[in-house]
Design a protein around this ligand. Structure first.
Ligand SMILES: NC(=O)c1ccc[n+]([C@@H]2O[C@H](COP(=O)([O-])OP(=O)(O)OC[C@H]3O[C@@H](n4cnc5c(N)ncnc54)[C@H](O)[C@@H]3O)[C@@H](O)[C@H]2O)c1
Length: 301
């Protein structure tokens, strides 16, 4: 049994990671200020749940120092891109300064490994599948803050020698979504009874990965990465357009859904593709299991 501390554990991806790691008898500790997350998403005793802000450096050092976890999984961040664009100071502060606090506390507590949730948003626009070797170049404040987090992890590893994993998440989907991304937005309109739904750009493609497969990947990366610092993409390696996602919803409810393009939702500048090359992650023995059709059917059910 390992002691695992998860920041942002009450969030969308964190709650799936916790459910997964609990099946392997790990003791889970959570730090979350519940700004986006939900305490009810997770079954963690109150004694192991710290309703705290990662911006409070002294509390982070104290809490993590007391727990002395084997592993730290740092997920706490502000990540909904429109929110980050509207609140650039708040999001960069949490994503950069907050990360500095967690890394410092992990160093002082002498943990065995740190896992940092980065993002596909560190990549510029590419039309092909991106490998970890593709040159990074974020397009927005969110991607910039996460790339800075990656650099902080590099510095942390150089200073401490503590094994560190940087994982670039692509587009997550699954239960407990906390932000109005594409899939929950479609779901909300359909469950509200609409069969003609309003959306923005229809042609951009994204690599959607189910949170259950992400949780499994996080576990694999904690278990199977050796000493050093490693960067991995985490996606499914398949991309879907907005229209294909809506078709999967149609299939799941057995009814035709029409799309009306709402000019107010159309983004002026949009990536047409965001697709992960996950060869490196698969080389550790991980395989995604939940496809978009199955995942959307379960969401609808
Ligand atoms: N969802 C995606 O598609 C996606 C894609 C790429 C990367 N990521 C990254 O994965 C991680 C988890 O994302 P998610 O989708 O679960 O988002 P989420 O918003 O559901 O989870 C983030 C959690 O962090 C908590 N949090 C935010 N600010 C905090 C603070 N100052 N102190 C303490 N806790 C704080 C929130 O309450 C929330 O529970 C994030 O680091 C995010 O950047 C997510």
């Amino acid at each position: 049994m390992s002691k695992i501390l998860i920041t942002g554990g009450a969030g969308f991806i964190g709650s799936a990671v916790i459910r997964h790691l609990q099946q392997f008898n790990n003791e889970i500790f959570v730090i979350d200020n519940l700004s986006f997350g939900n305490r009810e998403f997770i079954s963690v005793p109150d004694a192991n749940f710290f309703h705290e802000d990662i911006l409070n450096r002294d509390r982070m050092v104290k809490i993590i120092g007391n727990i002395k976890p084997d592993y730290v999984i740092h997920l706490a961040a502000v990540h909904f891109i429109p929110y980050c664009n509207e609140h650039p100071y708040e999001s960069s502060n949490i994503n950069i300064r907050g990360t500095m606090h967690i890394l410092e506390a992990a160093r002082l507590a002498g943990v065995q490994k740190v896992f940092f949730a980065s993002t596909a948003a560190v990549y510029p626009i590419y039309d092909e599948a991106v490998t970890e070797q593709h040159v990074v170049g974020p397009l927005d404040i969110y991607g910039l803050s996460k790339l800075t987090g990656e650099h902080l992890c590099n510095e942390f590893h150089l200073m401490t020698g503590i094994p560190t994993v940087i994982c670039r998440f692509f587009n997550a989907f699954g239960p407990n979504e906390t932000n109005p991304h594409l899939i929950p937005e479609i779901q909300k309109q359909i469950l509200g009874g609409n069969r003609k739904i309003k959306l923005g750009n229809l042609t951009p493609k994204r690599d959607f990965i189910h949170t259950y497969d992400m949780a499994n990947a996080v576990h694999t990366l904690l278990d199977k990465t050796a000493s050093g610092i490693h960067t991995y993409n985490l996606g499914r390696g398949i991309e879907y357009s907005v229209t294909e996602i809506v078709d999967a919803f149609s299939e799941a409810i057995g009814e035709k859904i029409e799309i009306e393009v709402d000019p107010a939702r159309v983004r002026k500048v949009e990536r047409m593709h965001l697709l992960a090359d996950v060869t490196k992650l698969k080389s550790l023995g991980w395989q995604p299991k939940t496809g978009i059709e199955d995942g959307i059917r379960t969401l609808v059910e």
